[in-house]
Ligand binder design. Sequence first.
Ligand code: SF4
Ligand code: SF4
Length: 298
Amino acid sequence: MESGVIFNIQRYSLHDGPGIRTTVFLKGCPLKCWWCHNPEGIDYRQELMINHKKCLACESCVNICPNLAIVLNESVITIALDRCNLCLQCIEVCPETAIELVGLNMTTQEVVEEVQKDRIFYDESGGGVTLSGGEPLMQPDFLLSLLQALKRAGIHTAVETSGYAGWNLLKRVAEWTDLFLFDLKLMDKQKSEETTGTSNEIILANLRKLVQMHHKVLIRIPVIPTVNDDGQSIRLFGEYLQMLGIKNVSLLPYHKTGTDKYKKIGQDYKLPDILPPTREEMAAIGRSFAKYGLNTEE
Ligand code: SF4
Ligand code: SF4
């Protein structure tokens, strides 16, 4: 039985494919997008997250840690994850439940049993299960085993992906996937390297091949002010998607939800201080896409 690391199971999702869905978040992602709102999903390993607002600086965790992985500096707790062996003693001893384990090892069967609890909602709404992340293709055997088990149970499957994976894997995943939610972030190679940590060459090549072989690929573009909302970026998106024969694009306006998680896992939020796009700005971007024959929806 395959198993993998999950960092969230979200029930009653309405924005991750058709109908009412359960979204299962697999841990691990090869990209490091500046605007990522699930930074706890990037590392493929289990890790600890600290809620500094709850912490009393009592030092119980510092004193119990057998690996000296926790330090208190000017009333702020930090954990050196490279020293942590996840013994979880700090979580047990914390009086304020300020330390949280991110990531749970689950078998395919456990995940399927969990999502089956909402089966009635899928059946009544035309929904199903979406496998997201992180990047779900980072746990290939687990992902394939989940998809196969879900399809055998007669559940509609969607995979949300950045498209950054080997083509052979994506092709195998496609056999068991009813719908791809393909998150396309940037067309410009250099900007992609700068703001996501990876080149987009593999992503664009995979998107082209996927659209040719799979009838259900929904392109989703996160609209990130100062990164990909300028005229040149939209022109490049428009030309490429038009060339692929794409008709519909989902635009996901940037939001700040999740930025406080960076502190909790001891990382800096890299995106400059920007505001979410206004309704008018989103509408103007929608009109620009329409010039390339693309219908947009949020
Ligand atoms: S889980 Fe164990 S090793 Fe890791 S920081 Fe907590 S007490 Fe230390
Ligand atoms: S045990 Fe909890 S409250 Fe005390 S210092 Fe550690 S994280 Fe903060």
